[in-house]
Design a protein around this ligand. Structure first.
Ligand code: SF4
Length: 422
């Protein structure tokens, strides 16, 4: 059984970084997303009866008793995702007969390429993406659709997410399937195809890998497998697709570094979901410090830019710019209100807003008391409360709708823990 986490579908990330694939890295649970749920629904539909994913769903949809609503319930999809699922199946159903050529395609077959022996095999599997039968020397991967016959070999990968999905974006994954078929069947060329299924139709991008391409791909996969045990993290834009981004030292270390001593023994994950008490607590304690750090950094950058504008490239700079202040209307100036009334007539009541607040009333009381020599101790509160009480009796003191804040408080015994923890 393989202990690494590498598989063909992750080769695009593997080209940049293989740290996450190391056997000693414990991957966090997969984060849910609408796109992932849709993809999972399509694949689960396939694995239930070991039939092609789209075929399985095409049957379900065509049976007539499977509405978007029941699909949504069955696969825990939103109504929009269920509708999209039906649209995708319809698009696939219209396209597949025009493409498959009546050949004996097989779907969702797990394979493994052995980097040590340069051989390949079909893996026994208990379900979707079950690679437990692969060894540490093997790189497993599942091929959406493939065919090998007298007309040649084809590896076809179905994509459903937001595109464009071109072959160049997925070539490493498809190379794996092509090398597998080449080694298993003694072939020296394999066609690889990306078919992007959209609600508006299927976009196909394909090319043929020759013997040189297949050999280069086999050697690359062998080298990747060999690098995994000692791979170090290499961060970049590819991290957003990485299954280890929530726990990787590269994506969690930065905050600890900018807050030296502030968060002992604690790192703030820069990416990934908040899904446990420990992570949530780290953010609750760490984010105010981080915000203070950001404020301080901006202060320092502004102070630096006081000396001269900072070049940004392409002829642009960042620096101090003097702007004219905003004009404000001062109604206390004699004649200002008259001017508005004269110009607008009855419509002036819209332009002249009258408003107050508890603090404005308090300011008014302070001004009144100042005019009376300061008043006695407690006068401020009494007069303010008298005004508020008068307004209350008039029905002019209204309470706004309840609102929610998140803050620290003493937990009452009956309140459950937010994340189910203690
Ligand atoms: S988050 Fe980035 S650096 Fe870390 S293991 Fe993943 S790809 Fe590598």
């Amino acid at each position: 059984m393989s202990t690494h986490h590498y598989s063909a579908s992750k080769r695009e990330i593997g080209a940049w970084c293989l740290y996450w694939a190391r056997p000693d890295v414990i991957l966090p649970p997969r984060e849910a997303s609408a796109a992932a749920d849709l993809g999972t629904a399509l694949h689960e539909g396939a694995s239930e009866e070991a039939e092609p994913d789209f075929e399985r769903f095409a049957e379900l949809v065509a049976s007539g008793d499977t509405s978007p609503e029941s699909l949504a319930e069955r696969y825990r999809l939103s109504a929009g995702a269920a509708k999209r699922l039906v649209d995708l199946v319809d698009a696939w159903r219209a396209w597949w007969p025009t493409y498959n050529g009546g050949r004996a395609w097989r779907a969702e077959v797990p394979f493994a390429f052995d980097g040590q022996t340069d051989t390949a095999r079909e893996l026994p599997s208990q379900g979707q993406r079950d690679y437990s039968a692969a060894t540490d020397d093997e790189l497993p991967g599942t091929v959406d659709q493939h065919v090998v016959d007298e007309h040649g070999a084809v590896i076809l990968d179905l994509k459903t997410g937001r595109g464009p999905h071109r072959l160049a974006d997925h070539v490493r994954q498809l190379e794996h399937g092509a090398v597998v078929l080449a080694r298993m069947h003694g072939l020296d060329e394999v066609r690889i195809v990306v078919a992007h299924v959209t609600p508006d139709g299927v976009v196909v991008d394909e090319r043929v890998l020759d013997a040189f391409d297949l050999e280069a791909a086999a050697q690359a996969m062998t080298a990747e497998l060999a690098r995994i045990p000692t791979a170090e993290p290499v961060d970049g834009t590819h991290c957003r697709w990485c299954p280890a981004r929530g726990i990787c030292p590269k994506t969690t270390a930065l905050v600890a570094e900018v807050l030296p001593g502030a968060l002992p023994e604690r790192r703030l994950p820069l990416v990934g979901a908040v899904e446990d008490d420990e992570t949530a607590r780290a953010f609750i304690e760490g984010l105010p410090l981080l915000e203070a750090w950001v404020d301080d950094r901006w202060k320092q950058v502004r102070a630096y830019a006081e000396r001269g504008a900072v070049p940004l490239g392409s002829g642009r700079v960042w620096g101090k710019v003097e702007k004219p202040g905003r004009e404000k209307v001062d109604l206390e100036v004699k004649g200002a209100i008259d001017a508005i009334n004269e110009a607008l007539g009855p419509a002036a009541e819209v332009a002249l807003e009258v408003e107050t607040s508890k603090s404005a009333i308090e300011r008014g009381v302070r001004k009144q008391l100042a005019g009376e020599g300061g008043g006695k101790r407690g006068d401020l509160g009494k007069r303010k409360e008298a005004i508020l009480e008068a307004l209350r009796k008039l029905g002019a003191l209204k309470r706004g709708a309840p609102f929610t804040v998140f803050e620290a408080f003493e937990r009452k015994a009956e309140l459950p823990a937010a994340g189910g923890g203690t």
